[in-house]
Write a protein of this length. Structure first.
Ligand code: ATP
Length: 461
């Protein structure tokens, strides 16, 4: 009677209740620690109703029984108070761990002496900053994270559904879809020939790639230097900066391609006074004369790896009656392409569609044919270099003659470009190591001075 029920005679329903409660590990431990009180508590809790009934009928009961009942009730209350206290302590502990996980600064604040807090918080803030450098190129997008190195190198392509506008693939996955997409799906480049052709897609691509390399929790602390094609207008610059801010970035700084390329080749050193950098990218060729104070004179030509490919496509169609796509043209350019008519002859077998019959066809293409296909474009680059030299102060021309013309950018990898420039301009020109990464190397150097740089959006306003 009154809670002294034997376990074996305990009602089934109460057994279920207890087993469910015992699943919570914390409560289980607490009950273990309660010792005798626990036993009382468990027993009493199974008989709560009879106990109340007892209280109501206590007047009719003997004094001894009433005493026993009140003793049991006080034991139960005590046990309940202890359990509640232990739960509270446990909850507090759990919350402390969560705070420490999300904001280490808060734990530090508690651990260090007050006079140390300012210094530590400063250092901690600096270490929490996530500095990114982006080379937003026509052909490729590269992302450098300070302290980590190159974290992303993807072709700047997007595959989308024309009807719904849904994005189907980005980067390399989208590039491989070129020429193989069904009707209604197109593969586009948001940046074309050095200008932003599609703002929304550029913003989407930037956001997507940034979020793939920056943890969401650190986006608010991210500072970004972005290198843009030198031909873009202030309106386009603002559009890119605002797109970056919408990703959650804290500060955004723009740097122009020729300057970044020059910095990437080590020309930011004060002793390198007067140098010419020719950056041949996918969409543009940027020609710039730099000295220790910055860009002295520059020009951006709409010539690059893409226009080389287009010339190859046109040439092969005209001369061989063969229709090929941009991926095949790229393959030809890289394997046998040259701009030097004195280069050793190499041949490649190319498959495509016969321009007249529409049937599959295979032809042989040699490097001298590619040289002829690209001749007009190379002439334009040579003209551009000469016209920039004409606008350059004479002292700097002498310095350029000493240092030579530096070639950067993936497009400069075409065989013979350095030799042709050297012969035609009369100044030694040479290709830097890993020309495709010269710009991002320069951006990475600029990141070291991020704290001293002003937010470009502020300057544009
Ligand atoms: N081995 C190679 N030979 C010839 N061309 C090459 C070679 N490798 C890459 N390219 C060309 O380099 C171009 C890409 O260069 P890069 O990544 O420097 O351009 P980008 O920075 O995206 O463009 P931009 O500077 O115009 O914005 C492509 O057009 C590609 O065809």
């Amino acid at each position: 009677m009154f809670g002294l029920t034997n376990k074996s005679t305990e009602p089934k329903q109460n057994k279920k209740k207890r087993s469910r409660r015992s699943k919570g590990p914390a409560l289980y431990n607490e009950q273990q620690n309660l010792g005798a009180a626990k036993v009382e508590n468990a027993k009493t809790s199974t008989n709560r109703k009879p106990l109340r009934r007892t209280k109501r009928k206590s007047t009719k009961l003997s004094e001894g029984v009433a005493k026993q009942a009140s003793h049991l009730a006080s034991n139960m209350r005590e046990a309940m108070v202890r359990v509640t206290k232990m739960r509270r302590v446990e909850r507090r502990n759990r919350e402390t761990v969560a705070i420490a996980k999300t904001t280490p600064a808060m734990t530090l604040k508690r651990l260090v002496r007050p006079e140390q807090v300012g210094d530590l918080m400063g250092r901690l803030n600096r270490s929490l900053n996530f500095d990114l450098g982006i080379d937003l190129g026509t052909a490729n997008i590269l992302i450098f994270a300070k302290g980590k190195g190159l974290v992303l190198d993807e072709p700047a392509y997007i595959a989308k559904d024309d009807k719904t506008g849904d994005i189907l693939a980005l980067g390399e996955a989208a590039r491989t879809m070129i020429g193989r997409t069904p009707k209604g799906i197109s593969v586009i480049r948001p940046v074309q020939a050095g200008v932003i052709a599609d703002y929304d897609m550029t913003e989407f691509m930037l956001k997507y790639f940034i979020r793939s390399v920056v943890p969401a929790s650190r986006l608010m602390k991210t500072r970004i230097i972005v290198c843009v094609p030198s031909g873009i207008t202030p309106v386009e610059k603002r559009a890119i900066l605002e797109a970056l801010l919408r990703t959650g970035a804290k500060k955004t700084v723009l740097i122009e391609e020729p300057l970044a390329a020059a910095m990437g080749t080590g020309l930011n050193d004060a002793d390198q006074v007067g140098a010419m950098v020719v950056d041949v990218g996918g969409g543009t060729t940027d020609i710039a004369v730099l000295c220790d104070t910055g860009v002295v004179v520059s020009e951006s030509l709409r010539i690059g790896g893409d226009s080389f490919n287009e010339s190859i496509i046109r040439y092969i169609r005209r001369k061989k009656r063969l229709v090929i796509g941009p991926l095949t043209a790229e393959k030809i350019k890289i394997s046998v392409g040259t701009v030097d008519r004195r280069a050793k002859e190499r041949t490649i077998e190319v498959r495509g569609r016969d321009a007249s019959s529409g049937l599959p066809k295979m032809v042989a293409v040699n490097s001298l044919e590619i040289q002829r296909a690209l001749e007009a474009q190379v002439m334009n680059i040579l003209e551009g270099i000469k016209s920039i030299l004409e606008k350059t102060p004479p002292e700097l021309v002498a310095a350029i003659n000493d240092h030579g013309i530096i070639l950067t950018g993936g497009g400069a990898l075409i065989d013979g470009l350095d030799r042709v420039i050297t012969r035609s301009v009369g100044i030694a020109s040479y290709l830097v190591e890993s020309p495709r990464y010269a710009v991002i190397k320069g951006v990475a150097k600029a990141l070291d001075e991020m704290s001293q740089l002003r937010d470009t959006l502020d300057e544009l306003q």
